[in-house]
Design a protein around this ligand. Sequence first.
Ligand code: AHR
Length: 576
Amino acid sequence: MAFALAHRSPSTVHCPIVHVDALPAMRGFLTQSASSLRRLSVALPPQRVSLLRRAFIFVVTLIVVAVAAPRAAAQKVELSIDASKPGAKIDRNLFGQFAEHLGHGIYDGIWVGSDSTIPNTRGIRKDVVAALKAIHVPNVRWPGGCFADGYHWRDGIGPQRVVRLNPDWGGVIEPNTFGTHEFMDFIDQIGSDAYVSVNLGSGTPHEASDWLEYMTAAQATTLEKERAANGHPAPYKVALLGLGNESWDCGGNMTAEYYLDRMKSFSHFVRNYNPAQLEKDQMLKIAVGPGGGEERWTDWTETVMKAYQQHTWSWDINGLSMHNYTVVKWPPAFKSVGFGEDEYAQILKTTLEMEDLIRKHSAIMDKYDPLKKVALVVDEWGGWYAPLPGSNPGFLVQQNSLRDAILAALNINIFARHADRVRGANIAQMINVLQAMILTDHEKMALTPTYYVYKMYVPFQDSTYLPVTFEAGSYKHGDFSLPRVDALAAKGKDGKLWVEITNVDPHQAAEVELNVTGINAKSALGQTLTAPKVDSVNTFESPDTVVPKPISASAQGGKLILQLEPKSVTVVAVEP
Ligand code: AHR
């Protein structure tokens, strides 16, 4: 029975609505109770019967009042889109993924080996490939993370792999059965691009330069022949190159100045030789950037960008990485499932700090790079919660709830609003780790609420940003207050007008009137994602608790009105 309590706030209008879904259950309960009362009346003395009758009437009254309790009326929102003022391109690389050798992110998540009973193509899970193809993953960052700065590429090629330990993540055995060729095969199977992070921490420019030659050379060098002998005569494409990872911390605890010296040398020597990437589709080099808003990181951005302003022909960067997880306090203690509204409101409030962080570092970048040649690439972000009880804490295993879907939408919208500078982002991490798209357990697979957000946002890849204005007031809970609604509008590559609206409020529906300047909007068609509770999740047993459902609206009286459920993410195409 859905006896949901109405959310009350002085600013909202309430009207009594009987919860229709509760009526059949209520009728059943009353019929059963009345017949039990009749049976008891025969057996009991008259005073007891009258007492029982009064108690029955009291309980019935209570139920009727509860069921007819007022529910918050939908918040009316006028949302205006100005299609005559197109902004920056919303780069498809904002929807990038991150796959590190960590826990079950690679092994079990992607790689099961060709002799596995789990359906696979050359050792790579077919179910995972099909799911990822459907969300059009633009690039996958690999092999880490912290793991990348201890990774030696030769361990993962050829018939004889080097078995090592993974000291960063649980100290487990790293068999290196998933190496360069397996990664490139995986990228190819899902139709994505490679974002390879080279080892700038414990490696050398020489080692990294050899790796790039091995992957990309087309001429008959020794390394090119070795690649061909290992099964791939054609050069691989490397779209993005990470010059280290968190070099201020797990990547070698460097000062900004020391990192800069090393980075320049990697930038110069680590070359891409693929003939198809020499003119167009050139490899983009991403330098390590900030990990938050503290002074040490503003200094870091200053140091790297100031040097960039004066860079010579011999070194260059195309992007500066930024890492920012939604974690109220380290170590992460918030639960990923089994939480209530306090944690919902606090996590979403915290995630909105992304916008200020982007503003802060963009402002520094603007000083030294006013033409915005260097992209800000948020290549690690997402909700980071306490490890699930019973899991290896080094594996960063967590569930993924409706809250994460809303968190993802809010962050993607922030990136899109800053699309002139933010041209890449990689959610952490793709499978079985942190805020994942996919969870696997042997042959089982579940798609998370975050996965569905990525699927719904596909039309925004390489779309053109359009300004959108609205006023929806605030969602308040305890000490937390945040905008009730968020929205994004863009002209898709398909020429259509796409609109995303997130209703953060877990109690109040939103009635959104869509107005598009210069267009007589007649209908809207798309999908909406919500669930019974803020912490609803998809599990292997119940994989369809949080899945999108169709939503549509057609103009009436010249108005196009969308009815959005509380705590929901909605994407529609608006048709003239
Ligand atoms: O995503 C998990 C870890 O978080 C990455 O390895 C590291 O770069 C970051 O600290």
